[in-house]
Design a protein around this ligand. Sequence first.
Ligand SMILES: Nc1ncnc2c1ncn2[C@@H]1O[C@H](COP(=O)(O)OP(=O)(O)O)[C@@H](O)[C@H]1O
Ligand SMILES: [Mg+2]
Length: 589
Amino acid sequence: MARQHGVSRTDRNEPKASAAGLWHIIKLAHPKFSLMIPGFLLAISGVILNLFAPKFSGQLINSFSSGHQLNQRLIVIVLMLFVGGAIVSAIGSFLTGVAGEQLVRNLRRIVWDKLVVFKVSYFDQVKSGETTSRLTNDTNQVKTLVANALPGFLTSSIQMVGAVVLMFATDWHLALWIVIAVPITAALVTPVMIFAAKVGHGTQDAMAEFTGSSQETLSEMRLVKSSGAESYVLKHGQSLIDNLFKFGKREAIVDGVIGPIMTLVMMSLFVLILVVGALRVSRGESSMGTLFSFIMYLFQIMPALATVGTFATTFSKTQGATQRLITLLDEPVEDLAAGEDINIEGQTLVANQIDFKYQDDQSILSQVSFEAKPNTVVAFVGPSGGGKSTIFQLLERFYHPTNGEILLGEKSIDTISLKAWRRQIGFVSQDSAIMAGTIRDNLTYGLTGHYSDQQLWDVLEMAYADEFVQAMSDGLDTQVGERGVKVSGGQRQRLAIARAFLRDPKLLMLDEATASLDSESEAMVQKALEKLMKNRTTLVIAHRLSTIVDADQIYFVAHGQITGQGTHQELLATHELYAEYVNEQIVTQ
Ligand SMILES: Nc1ncnc2c1ncn2[C@@H]1O[C@H](COP(=O)(O)OP(=O)(O)O)[C@@H](O)[C@H]1O
Ligand SMILES: [Mg+2]
C-alpha cells in the first residue's frame, strides 16, 4: 500500500502549458489532413446550408400569410437545405471523427513505444496509474481538441456571425434586440455553468480517489485481514463514500436548478423576441416569416454560443495534457541495440570500485569490487538491506553506477548492446512473476524462436516441473496467472528455472531464489538450481548455508560495502561478522 504515498513526478514539476507544445504534439501525431480538411470544409458547408434554411423558411411562411398558394419551389428549397445540411454535416463530422481516431492511435503508439524502453528508474518514481492516464486520457484530450472542439469552434463561430449578419440584413431592428439580449442572457447563465463545472470536477476527483483507494485495499485484502486493519479500512472507505455523497448532493442541487434556470432564461428571451417581433409585425414593420426565421436563428445561436464559450476551457485542458505528454516523451530511454553484440561466455566479470545511489542524497553502494571467473559460483551474503539486490540490478543494467565500472574481460559492459547482454543473463528472483497466459507462453516469454513441445517438456523436467504441469488439465496450454490455474510459490520458482533452462544463459543470477519457500519445495527448487548452475557463471545471493559453503568465492555485503571476501573457511577465520552471520543461519535453519 506504499504506492499511495509515492511522490508523483508530474506533481513535483507541473510543466508550463504552451500553445507551442500543443502544436508540437499535434505535429508528432501526424493528423491526416486529407481527411481533416475535407471534413472541416463539409462541416462549414453544412453550417452555411443551415444558415439559409431559416431565411427560406421565413419566405415560405410569408408566402402563406400573404394569401398566395403553396410555393412548391420554396418547399423544395427549404427541405433540401435542411436535409442537405444534415447530410453534409454528418459526413463532415464522420471524416474529422475518423481523423481524430487516427490521431489518438498514432499518439498512443508513440507513447507506448517510449514506455516500453523507459529506464527502470522511471517506473520507480511514477505510479503506474499515472502513466496509464497519460496513455489513455491525455492522448484522448488531444483528439477531443482536434476532432471535436476545434471544428466545433470554427463552425459555431461561422454559425453565429452568419446568423447575425443574415438577421441584420432581414430586419436590423429586431436583430439589434437579439444581439443585445443574447450576450446578456449568456452572461446570466455563465456563473451557473461555471459552478456546475466546478461541482462536476469535484465529483470526478472524489470518485478517482475512491476508486484508487478501494482498488488498492481490495487487492491487498489478505494484508488487511492479517493486520486486523478492518476497522481502519471501514472508516477510511466510509469517509470517502461520505465525501462522494457530499459532492453528489451538490450535483443533485445543480442538476435540479440548472434545468429550470435555463428554461426560464431561454423562455424570457423567446418571449422578449416574440413580443418585440409581434409588435413590429402588427405595425407592419416586419413579417411573420421574419419572426419565425429569427426564432430559428435563436435556436442556432444558443448552442453555438455554448460551444464557443467552452472552447477556451478545452484548449487550456489540452495544453496541460500535451505538456504532460511532452514531459513523458522527454524521459530518458534505453537504447537496446546500441553497442556490440558479443558472446560473454568464458570471460571474467569484474566490478571495479562501483558507487551507486538511487536518489541523489542517499548512497547505497560505495567502492564495491568483486570478480566472477567463468564457470564459478560467486555468492553474496550479508544482512538485509545491505545492497545485494542492488548489485544485481546494476549487473542487469537497470541502473548505471554513479562511479566505477563493471568490466567483462577488459571491456566495460556498457560497450555491449543491452539486448545482447540481457539475452545472455538468466535471472531468478525470490518471487518469480507469472504472466497471464499459458504455461507455454510463460516459458517462452520474450523469446523469438520456435520451441517444440519436446523442448518445453525437457526444460520442465530439468526444473522438476514436469509432473505438476502434466497434472494440469491442458498441460502446456493450461492458462495460469491471472484468471487461470493458480500455481504455488514453489511451482512458480520451478517454472522460472525451466524458463532459465530454455534461455540457456551464460551468466546466471539468483536472488534468494528459495527464500520464500517451505522446506519441501525449497529442496526441489535447490536441486533444480544446482543443475541449472552447471557450466555457467553463477552469481547467487544466498541465505542458505549449503549454497554459501559450496561457492567458489563469497563476498560479504553490509551497508553498501564489501567488508570481506574469500571462501567459506577463509571468511570464517578472518571475518567476525561473517562468522556471526553463519552462526545465526545455522541456529535459524
Ligand atoms: N528502487 C529503489 N529505489 C530506492 N531505494 C531502493 C530501491 N531498491 C532498493 N533500495 C534501497 O537500497 C538499499 C539496498 O537494498 P537491496 O539492494 O534490496 O538490499 P538487499 O538485497 O541486500 O537486502 C535499501 O536501503 C533499499 O531501501
Ligand atoms: Mg535483496
